[in-house]
Design a binder for this molecule. Structure first.
Ligand code: FCB
Length: 439
């Protein structure tokens, strides 16, 4: 079993959540978001579930912050909902929304928890979706304006700020694969969203810097691309996956260019003048967040770009059907450090697993999660030994929550949530981490 003392002094342990997944979007005057609209459209979300109530964190936040403190965590990565702050995405501020985040941040500080705030974790206000959302270049300015409003209120107390969670999911998963809101499947929309999400990150970073705010970071998600065979076709397919998923955003942020393979595929779809945006996109950040869960086995698939498919792999899988592959975490920590972010501090901003956890006699036994975390902590430790500047680790997630298109069925929490009674029950993994962090 791991111990806090296995990690360097000052290494930070935390738990992660996101606004729409836990707060209860129906409370407190928040405006409609594209996730509400997406969930209300049959076929998009399991049982058409939405985030209207979720974990009711909006009312139960003191209890949730107590769980973070009592677990011995040093930090809490949470997000704010754009539509809770600005119900129409722009203009009129919802004071109740700003007041909520204000109390929440004070609640963290009172409990000795470092607040790491994500400005955008996926719930785009519907009014902005009406204007094309991430397809519209103006989203960069809208996002920066929202960042200013929110940070004008909270900025004096936030420990670290992340702009946009998982640029790949916001753009590719949501505009090419159509799996997440807005559920678009269109290559031109995808190329634009991929570019604009980076532009929005850079524009907001500059706006915050102009307000005197620092400790701003980017958070990307990474999936290890394993070619299904040694055939040149499968190897090329895996390289294409690796480029659109892992390299596109990192290359934009840190090298001010896009991978050749993607430029070739996207040239006619990218917005005019895209080449001129890299000074904004590449605005220096202070840290980088790495979200990592799994690998995919990639095979060539005849057809238009990207001409690939994921095939089932042989390793043990989580409730998501994701293979457990800690080597991938080590790979990406090394790769970020050597190929992209250099000496910038790295944080694992998400890692964890879904498991079909049940409460039995008031306890939840999840040895699978304890093992999953131990193996990924080992990968993190190895990276540190090799000199990767990894400074902290946030487990996804503090508690079971709304797992997007998969509704409430996939349980990622260290704390179990009964979605009928909303009762919280710490799982064995929470208790194991608590004792590890105390040691
Ligand atoms: C990540 C998301 C997070 C959660 C986990 C399981 O992609 O950032 O909200 O859904 O996956």
């Amino acid at each position: 079993m791991y111990k806090r003392s296995d990690f360097p002094d000052g290494f930070l342990f935390g738990a992660s959540t996101a606004a729409y997944q836990i707060e209860g979007h129906g409370f407190g005057g928040a405006g409609p978001t594209h996730w509400d609209d997406f969930a209300a459209t049959p076929g998009n979300v399991v049982r058409a579930e939405d985030g209207a109530v979720a974990c009711d964190h909006f009312h139960r936040w003191p209890e949730d912050l107590d769980l973070i403190r009592d677990g011995g965590f040093d930090g809490y990565r949470f997000s704010a909902s754009w539509a809770r702050v600005l119900p129409e995405g722009r203009g009129q501020v919802n004071q109740e929304g700003l007041d909520f985040y204000d109390k929440l941040v004070d609640g963290m500080l009172e409990r000795g928890i470092d607040p790491m705030l994500t400005l955008y974790h996926w719930e785009l206000p519907s009014a902005l979706a009406d204007q094309g959302g991430w397809r519209n270049r103006d989203v960069a300015k809208w996002f920066a304006d929202y960042a200013e409003v929110l940070m004008g209120r909270l900025g004096d107390r936030i420990w670290k700020t992340a702009t946009i969670n998982e640029l790949w999911c916001v753009s590719f998963l949501s505009h090419f694969m159509g799996v997440h809101a807005p559920g678009v499947r269109d290559i031109r929309a995808t190329a634009r969203a991929m570019h604009h999400v980076l532009l929005a990150h850079g524009t907001a970073t500059q706006a915050l810097r102009a307000m005197g705010i620092d400790q701003i970071g980017a958070v990307c998600n990474f999936t290890y691309a394993q070619p299904a065979s040694k055939s040149p076709e499968d190897v090329e397919a895996a390289a294409t996956f690796d480029d659109h998923y892992n390299n596109f955003f990192m290359s934009g942020l840190f090298h001010k260019k896009y991978p050749e393979r993607i430029v070739t595929a996207f040239e006619k779809y990218l917005p005019e003048g895209w080449q001129n945006d890299f000074d904004v996109i590449g605005t220096p950040v202070d840290w980088l967040g790495v979200n990592y869960y799994t690998r995919e086995i990639i095979a060539a698939d005849p057809g238009p770009w990207p001409a690939l498919k994921s095939v089932e792999g042989p390793l043990p899988k989580t409730q998501m059907g994701w293979e457990i592959y800690p080597e991938g975490l080590l790979h990406f920590l090394r790769r970020c450090h050597t190929d992209f972010s250099g000496d910038l501090p790295l944080y694992v901003t998400e890692n964890g697993m879904a498991n079909p956890d049940v409460v039995v006699d008031g306890a939840v036994h999840d040895p699978e999660r304890i093992d999953y975390l131990a193996r990924h902590f080992d990968a993190a430790k190895q990276a540190i030994v090799e000199g990767v500047p990894l400074k902290g680790y946030f487990v996804w997630s503090l508690m079971d929550n709304y797992e997007w298109a998969l509704g409430y069925e996939k349980r990622f929490g260290l704390v179990h949530v009964d979605f009928d009674t909303l009762k919280r029950t710490p799982k064995d993994s929470y208790l194991a981490l608590k004792s590890a962090l105390a040691s």
